[in-house]
Write a protein that binds this ligand. Sequence first.
Ligand code: ZN
Ligand code: ZN
Length: 287
Amino acid sequence: MYLDLHCHTIASDGCLTPTALIKKAKRLGLFYLAKTDHDNVDLMDEFLAAGKKYGLHAIPGMEISSRYLGKSLHIVALGVDYKSLKIKWYEEKCRAARKIRGLKMAAKLQKIGWQIKKSELNKTLLARPHIAFSVINHKQNKKRLLKEFGAIPNFSTFIKKYLAKGCPCFVPKKFYLQPLPSIKMIHSAGGLAIIGHPMSKTPEFSYGKEHLLKIIKKFPFDGVEAYGPENTPRETNYLLGLAKKYHLLISVGSDYHGYDQEFPLGVKYHGKLITASMCAELIKKLS
Ligand SMILES: [Zn+2]
Ligand SMILES: [Zn+2]
């Protein structure tokens, strides 16, 4: 039985609906699948219903954007009671902060001449992909987009040029929950707290072994994503060793966003998809 416990949908910056994600997982032969959108549990009912319909074990989750010592620390919550009041509180805090930030970024884009429809700014969810889409889809931007990008860009290309850290219209995030309160919140909602993509190669997330050890020693994490698409087999072995030494559950996450050329759904180790028996302890706790 194959599994993937870290996936995004249109509820955050993924491009598939929860139903489309489940169908895709089914086609690949996955059995356990977790939806872990950034800082929200939107569309979870749809995800769980689709899991039931297509015969997959769908696990409710969320990826919390925390920070530690100047680095982003992404915490994957698995098996959370997504209707719990604490989770709702957190979601609302993030949503409000994201909206303010989104409006600031949109204003910066408009200031340098990009057109954005007012109706787009009134939407409740206003994260960077949504802002990028509203620019890309506005007819009056077409000429300039073609001139600057050579073709109509996809949203991540646009973000990389205008809305990523260090870019002209970037606005930093203001609301973060620290790692310990994040873990406590996950536990109070009955979930497990997993260190997400510990071997990420993106500068903002890449910890290095020393930083990772600090995180493991300092906070009461339940597990670590030992299997991930960015890990070399050597790194995976290192993480498996850490999990054993520090009594952490072993998890697996592709961080799939719906783009197959990026990190495809389902994680491989030595060319083979990860099976549930390789994460047996975790699966036992989630079942
Ligand atoms: Zn992440
Ligand atoms: Zn993720």
